[in-house]
Design a protein around this ligand. Structure first.
Ligand SMILES: [Zn+2]
Length: 120
């Protein structure tokens, strides 16, 4: 895919600071700093459109993401497939978002979830 920033990193574009890499996977810090301290993208070097395209690649990415999760007491692990599911970069990536009680960060569905009668 043209202009895919994740393919560019996989091809050798310098990674943002605090990023890391393995032979199969990159862990990239969002240039914006992310939605929370410690927010990173975990993505395969090989271009795979989304987590449902090549399960054997998704497994490798999820294994690395799980290793990162182990270092935090609370984390959201988020990935999306398709524009209707809010996917905006069509190169598989998993968001690892460290959380803490009262951080106030809503998930994308929080407004609908809390608006449902009887929702907890
Ligand atoms: Zn790509």
């Amino acid at each position: 895919m043209r202009n895919c920033v994740f393919c560019a990193f996989a091809a050798g574009r310098p990674l943002p600071s605090s990023s890391s890499e393995w032979p199969d996977v990159l862990v990239v810090r969002p240039r914006s700093g992310g939605v929370r301290a410690g927010h990173v993208f975990v993505l395969p070097r090989v271009r795979v459109e989304d987590a449902g395209t090549a399960p054997e690649v998704t497994v490798v990415v999820m294994r690395r993401a799980a290793g990162l999760m182990a270092g935090h007491p609370a984390v959201n692990l988020i990935t999306s497939k398709g524009e209707a599911a809010t996917q905006s970069v069509f190169h598989l990536h998993v968001h690892v978002v460290p959380r803490q009680e009262g951080d106030g960060l809503p998930l994308p569905w929080t407004p609908q979830h809390t608006a449902r009668p009887g929702a907890a």
